[in-house]
Structures are given as structure tokens and as C-alpha cells.
Write a protein of this length. Structure first.
Length: 211
């Protein structure tokens, strides 16, 4: 496990694309499967591509969140795709190099709470769930997100092959349901002139990548 300070988690610099969806209401967790792809991130830059789930809560003008998934970054990792978490308590990426990923792998990620105010990120790996981190967000319920993020450091481009996200479900206490348009109020983000978002089923099965 490796923690690094935040190099790029805002839209202040470079070209930022968010492809996916977020809930309007608050829930107690999200779980789903992410396909790992080898992207065109440029070494020695603050480029990154991430596929992730997030729980976030706004209170008193402050937004607290915990996210987990996989990412490929230009500043570290040697061009590899790595399991990661990011949280606003530490404002740092944490990479879990003990879980070796390759292009085409599929990983299950769960971000949920079982204790009031404490949220956990879990990875399904080789037949069992592994706890990545737990963080106090100070809320028993949170808005949820499922996104592919593309950040381009300055000028240039990243060729992102199609990243698939599927079997996405939300939790309400012990009850779990698929993230479907009829059951979960959702705000979705569209594509751009460079990156396309295609829903197979709104909102539990989709792909995103270079158009």
C-alpha cells in the first residue's frame, strides 16, 4: 500500500472529463464491477484515468467523500493500472500495489457504511472481500457516484479504450437494489467531443471512452 499527496483532484488545471452518474438522494452504499483497461496516460504528467465509485456528503459548506476503484496515473505506477482509494480526510491517493491488475481484468468494488458516520471501501479479490480503508465521513447516508474520470495535464490527449461498468447496485440499509432509472433518482453526465458515454441499461450497465 502506498499513499501519495494529491497532485490533481480539481478542475482548476488541465482538461477534466466526468463520465457516469450520481444519485440525487442519499443511500448507504454502492457496489459494482469495473473493467480494467490500459489507457493512454502520459508518463511524467498529472494525467490520470480512473474508474470508481464514491460516497459523498455535503454539510456546512464542506464536502466529504470516499472513493475507490482503479486508476492509471502519469506521475507514478510506471504505466500500470492500480487499485486505489481517495478520501478528503487525508486528501491523498492510496494505491494498493499488492493487487496486481492487467488490461481486461474485472474487479468488484463496494463503498458502504455499517457504522454511523464511518464508511468502508472493499475489493473483491480471489474469492473474498478485502478491506481497503475506512474513513469517518460524519454521515449515515450519502449521495453515490459511478464515474470514469479523465484528466489531461495541460495540452494533449489521452486515448481511452472502452471501460465497462456493470452490475451497479445501491444499498439502503441491508437492502440492495440495482441502480435502475425507475428506482433510483439519478443525475447523469453526458459525453464530450472526445469521450463518449453509452448506457446499455440506465444506470447499472454502461461504457465510456474515446469516441
Amino acid at each position: 500500500m502506498l499513499s501519495v499527496a494529491e497532485p490533481a483532484k480539481s478542475t482548476a488545471n488541465g482538461d477534466y472529463h466526468h463520465l457516469g452518474a450520481g444519485t440525487v438522494d442519499e443511500w448507504t452504499g454502492v457496489v459494482g464491477r469495473l473493467t480494467v483497461r490500459d489507457t493512454g496516460v502520459r508518463a511524467g504528467t498529472h494525467d490520470f484515468v480512473a474508474a470508481r465509485f464514491m460516497a459523498k456528503h455535503e454539510s456546512g459548506g464542506r464536502t466529504a467523500w470516499l472513493e475507490a476503484g482503479w486508476a492509471e496515473t502519469g506521475w507514478a505506477g510506471g504505466g500500470r493500472q492500480r487499485v486505489y482509494t481517495y478520501d478528503t480526510n487525508r486528501r491523498a491517493w492510496t494505491f494498493y500495489n499488492q493487487y496486481e491488475l492487467a488490461d481486461g481484468d474485472q474487479i468488484w468494488i463496494s463503498v458502504h457504511t455499517k457504522r454511523d458516520g464511518v464508511w468502508e471501501a472493499w475489493l473483491w479479490w480471489r474469492g473474498g472481500w478485502h478491506l481497503l480503508t475506512n474513513q469517518r465521513l460524519g454521515t449515515a447516508r450519502a449521495q453515490l457516484e459511478q464515474y470514469v474520470e479523465v484528466h489531461i495535464d495541460g495540452e494533449g490527449s489521452i486515448g481511452v479504450p472502452r471501460i465497462a461498468v456493470d452490475n451497479v447496485q445501491v444499498r439502503d440499509g441491508d437492502a440492495v437494489r440495482y441502480w435502475r432509472e425507475a428506482d433510483v433518482r439519478t443525475a447523469s453526465a453526458g459525453g464530450s467531443d472526445r469521450y463518449c458515454l453509452d448506457w446499455a441499461t440506465r444506470f447499472d450497465t454502461w461504457t465510456a471512452g474515446t469516441c
